[in-house]
Design a protein. Structure first.
Length: 129
């Protein structure tokens, strides 16, 4: 589990994280993301990912808007996908961002920190303000 504070409202952070159409702008090494299915709000229910030449997988998403939490698990039959969650809670300086990977499936030990830090940096540049 990785925790960071983002100087932005939790609602804005949650919304930005859930917008997979912009994931290539901040996810390290992500080559391509394609949203396969969406919910009534236009958020991804399933998406496919490609990193470099050899890593691709699909994830299924579940949103808990009241808790500002998104969870993901690999699609059925996917071997290289990861499961985890991101939660956005109020903090005196903006938002506490908690990023968790339950499985890493071949990712480095520092992968969760790299991904979380990349999102925090992207939010702090003002892209989402």
């Amino acid at each position: 589990m990785v925790d960071h504070v983002i100087r932005a409202p939790p609602e804005a952070c949650y919304s930005a994280f859930c917008d997979l159409t912009k994931a290539r702008l901040w996810v390290p090494g992500l080559k391509r993301v394609k949203v396969v299915r969406t919910d009534a709000q236009g958020r991804a229910l399933e998406a496919t990912y490609e990193y470099g030449e050899s890593l691709s997988y699909a994830l299924v998403y579940h949103y808990d808007d009241a808790a500002r939490q998104v969870r993901w698990v690999p699609s059925a039959g996917v071997l290289d996908g990861v499961s985890g969650s991101a939660t956005f809670t109020a903090h005196e300086d903006g938002c506490r961002f908690t990023y968790t990977l339950d499985s890493r499936r071949g990712r480095s030990a520092h992968h969760p920190e790299d991904v979380a830090k990349a999102f925090v940096d992207w939010m702090h540049v003002g892209v989402q303000k």
